[in-house]
Ligand binder design. Structure first.
Ligand SMILES: NC(=O)c1ccc[n+]([C@@H]2O[C@H](COP(=O)([O-])OP(=O)(O)OC[C@H]3O[C@@H](n4cnc5c(N)ncnc54)[C@H](OP(=O)(O)O)[C@@H]3O)[C@@H](O)[C@H]2O)c1
Length: 381
């Protein structure tokens, strides 16, 4: 297995890392701990030495399962985890202050919880969501100080960011200006190659490591999704591949199949080789819950990249879209609803004093009704 440098962290990580979202269960149905642990062991035996997990994956279950499995593994493994947003909103929304998402005491609590779940210091602590506007937030210095204290205390060893889905430009300023950021994690695959435009050149310049996530488009780039594919309610893929999306993904994947198969034995292999062909990428982290997938994926980390000619032809298959659920905007102060209701109340009171025929009383009534309707239509409450 080829090893690459993970930015400024000093870690040498395997080209294929282990994406541990699925083994946490929760939003991924069909996970079985024994099978997941066997998949992780198979990956380690095949040379994988990097694991990406998160406190949110099965509410710590992924971290604890990794800890259990690593007990029997004697060689060095780098484990990265993530602090979930306190407001439980993925991705982070514009205008929401840092203190609502990553207040300093919460960062510390989560890092300590992850270290306890993993039964070891956290090699790389990532923020699970990010917005560059937080660099100017009044709470940012306290957050940075907390990260530095956690490093000094040995609870964590390095710090990085997980970038919002399909929005690689949203962390450019952090990569450019924050020395503490050693790595970024970003969606990078045949359908979404946009990180290669600005983010990857900047990461190379700033020696920031790149963890390429969702390399298989949640399964879409393996060719396994067909027009008939349906997932159970509660599995996040039921919404990701909902309605006509499964058929659309299947059509796009079939168009890609002959190209990827020119230089790979399977679509999954071709999709992983695509990611590893970019020199900025430190490691690619497919999710894998079976021994078969783990062995097949790790075999791709042999340092063979796709040819420049094929990479150029794949560019035509980029497909900008976002199938992840959109978080709802925070509810705004219901000013128009309150003013409208007060106007209507005043109209009722005045109705006892002023003759109802007075034009301005009717105007008050109309304005009140309009304000309440506006609040309902615009979602204010
Ligand atoms: N916001 C964030 O920070 C964030 C968000 C999403 C993901 N991630 C990280 O990125 C990792 C990868 O993303 P992901 O797991 O969501 O999606 P993914 O890697 O794009 O796709 C995983 C899917 O591909 C299947 N698969 C894996 N290897 C295969 C092979 N050789 N042949 C056929 N199918 C194969 C898996 O099946 P099985 O499961 O049955 O093996 C699973 O259904 C996650 O595990 C997580 O660590 C981070």
């Amino acid at each position: 297995m080829e090893e690459r440098q993970l930015g400024k962290t000093g870690y040498r990580v395997s080209a294929i890392g282990f994406g541990a979202w699925g083994i946490g269960g929760g939003l991924w149905h069909g996970s079985h701990d024994e099978q997941s642990a066997a998949a992780l062991r198979a990956a380690l035996e095949s040379g994988c030495n990097f694991i990406d997990t998160a406190l949110a994956y099965g509410d710590g279950h992924s971290e604890r399962l990794i800890a259990r499995t690593l007990k029997e593994w004697k060689r060095r493994v780098t484990v990265a985890t993530k602090v979930p947003p306190k407001n439980q909103t993925w991705p982070a929304l514009k205008g929401v202050p840092l203190n609502a998402v990553f207040p300093a005491d919460y960062l510390k609590r989560c890092a300590e919880q992850s270290a306890a779940n993993l039964e070891r210091p956290v090699d790389l602590l990532q923020l699970h969501v990010w917005r560059d506007e937080w660099l100017k937030d009044a709470a940012w210095p306290a957050a940075i100080k907390t990260i530095e204290d956690l490093i000094a205390a040995g609870t964590i060893k390095a710090f990085g960011l997980s970038i919002n889905d399909h929005d690689p430009a949203s962390a450019l300023n952090a990569v450019r200006s924050c020395d503490l950021v050693s790595s970024v994690q970003v969606i990078y695959n045949v359908f979404d190659p946009t990180p290669a435009r600005e983010l990857f050149p900047l990461c190379r310049e700033r020696r920031v490591g790149v963890i390429a996530r969702v390399p298989l488009d949640e399964g879409g780039l393996t060719g396994a999704i067909t027009a008939e594919t349906r997932f159970a309610d509660g599995d996040f893929r039921a919404s990701y591949f909902s309605g006509s999306r499964a058929a659309e993904v299947a059509g796009r994947a079939e168009a890609l199949r002959p190209l990827l198969m020119e230089e790979a034995g399977s679509m999954a292999e071709g999709a992983l080789r695509f990611c590893l062909s970019h020199p900025a990428v430190s490691t690619v982290i497919p999710g894998m819950r079976t021994v078969e997938h783990a062995r097949a994926n790790c075999a791709v980390g042999d340092a063979r990249t796709l040819s420049p000619a094929l990479l150029t032809r794949l560019e035509a298959h980029a497909w900008p879209r976002n199938f992840y659920p959109k978080p709802s905007a925070p509810r705004r102060f219901p000013l128009s609803a309150i003013i409208g209701t007060l106007m209507l109340a005043l109209w009722v009171v005045l109705g006892f004093i002023v003759p109802l025929g007075a034009g301005w009383v009717h105007l008050l009534f109309a304005a009140g009704v309009l304000l309440v309707i506006r609040a309902v239509v615009t979602g204010e409450s």
